[in-house]
Design a protein. Structure first.
Length: 243
């Protein structure tokens, strides 16, 4: 019986050792593959030449910087508008317009700023308050969309620079053919490779920035819809309060 348990224990240990060794080999292979991909991309980027590849990289850096800044700003601009409206309503009922203005002043976000402008014009009538809400809503929308056009510019420029590098590389290849007078693949291979690499990296930059751009646009649309809905609710609340 003891001998049977010993055999089973040795078999389990063997299986565990094999499993650990296999897992380690897989992890090492994965790390090697990741390092290999990183090194390959680095080598290809260097082969693309400092001219166009440097400009494409600059487009990526500037575009990502603007994307990160916009994402942080938009996330900070997102607030619980229903809670804000309820707090403003309670403040109006208990302390009047000044108390409601204090609630809006102490709350961050574009919706709170719009609420404050509307409440600040409340002594001039509901119509003037509504005009102030609409006007300041346009101002807040402009702040939400600030610098977004630069992202779309980089999305357009990066692939175009890649295509331009491709055209220039092909022209250089044909110049070499014309100078030699014969078609030699080894002679023009480097020029064609540089031409294709600029296009690849230009498209990669455009795809990366396009993903961030679509997310930012969707976030802006969501905030604008909340602003419009909250503004309508505020005007209704002011009308009820005036009555």
């Amino acid at each position: 019986m003891k001998k049977g348990f010993s055999i089973m224990a040795m078999a389990m240990l063997t299986i565990l050792n094999v499993g650990v060794a296999t897992a380690q080999d897989a992890a090492e292979a994965t790390a090697g593959a990741e390092q290999g991909i990183h090194q390959i991309l680095k080598d290809y980027f260097i082969k693309g030449g400092p001219g166009f590849m440097g400009i494409v990289l600059l487009c990526l850096i500037l575009g990502l910087a603007i994307c990160i800044e916009r994402i942080i700003y938009l996330n900070m601009a997102s607030t619980n508008n229903k809670k804000l409206l309820a707090n403003v309503e309670n403040a109006l009922a208990s302390g009047g317009v000044e108390a409601a203005k204090e609630v809006a002043r102490n709350t961050k976000g574009p919706v709170a700023s719009i609420f404050y402008q509307g409440l600040d014009r409340m002594d001039e009538g509901v119509e003037n308050a509504e005009k102030a809400v609409v006007a300041y809503g346009g101002v807040q929308m402009g702040q939400l969309e600030r610098n977004v056009s630069w992202i779309s510019l980089f999305i357009a420029i990066a692939p175009m620079l890649g295509f331009m590098g491709t055209v220039i590389g092909m022209i250089q290849a044909f110049d070499k053919i014309a100078a030699v007078g014969s078609l030699d693949a080894s002679l023009i291979a480097s020029s064609i490779q540089v031409a294709l690499l600029t296009t690849v990296f230009g498209l990669i930059v455009g795809i990366i920035l396009q993903i961030f751009y679509n997310y930012i646009i969707a976030k802006i649309d969501s905030i604008v819809n909340d602003m419009e809905d909250s503004s309508i609710s505020l005007i209704d609340l002011l009308v009820r309060y005036k009555r």
